[in-house]
Design a protein around this ligand. Sequence first.
Ligand SMILES: [Zn+2]
Ligand SMILES: [Zn+2]
Length: 193
Amino acid sequence: MTTATSPTPENVECGQCDDHFQPHASVKGSYCSRACYHKDKGNNALAQIQNDHRFCSTCFRQVKTVARPDDDQLRDIGVPKTIRETFAGYQYSTDATVFGEDIRPSERHESPARQKTRRSWGCQCGAIDLRGRDRTLESVEGGAVLLNLLRCLATLYQDEAIAHAPSLEALFDGVRESGDLEQAIGRSLYGSA
Ligand SMILES: [Zn+2]
Ligand SMILES: [Zn+2]
C-alpha cells in the first residue's frame, strides 16, 4: 500500500480508499494495492448478495428458491401478459427458512381481533432482516458462515450473476490474513485475475 499523499494533478485517487498514487504504481488501473482491488470486488459481490432476496446476508444460507414456469404454461392457466412480464416466479422455502409473524405497523393500535398478521421470511441463524448483516449472529455462526458464503457465491456464479467462480482456499486465506470479509470475497473471486 502506498503512503497517503496530497492529490496533485498527476496523482490519481484509489477506487477504494483515500490514498493517492502515481498512475504507473496502480493495481488494475484504479487501485493503490491488491488489497483495495479485492476489497472493492468483494464489496460489489456482497451488495449483490444483499440485493438477492434468496440469501440471508448474515450467514449466507439460502432461504428461498425461486422457480418460474414457462411463459406458455402461465398463459395456459390464464395469467395476463402484463402480469407474465413482471412475474419473477414462485418462491419456495428451504431447510434454512424460518417464518415469523408480524403485525403491520398501521394495525398495531387495533384490537387483536382486527389485526392481520403477515408472514415474514427469516433465517435459521435468527436473522429476520435478510438484507442486513447482523454481526452478533454472524459471530455465533462462526466458520459455517464461510462455507455458506462459498455455496452462495457458487450459486450466483452458476446463475451467471457474478463472472468468476469462488475459490474456497482463497476465501479462507483471505479471512485468515486480512480478517476482512469483503477483501476475502474479492480474493476468492479475483485472486488470480
Ligand atoms: Zn487503496
Ligand atoms: Zn442467516
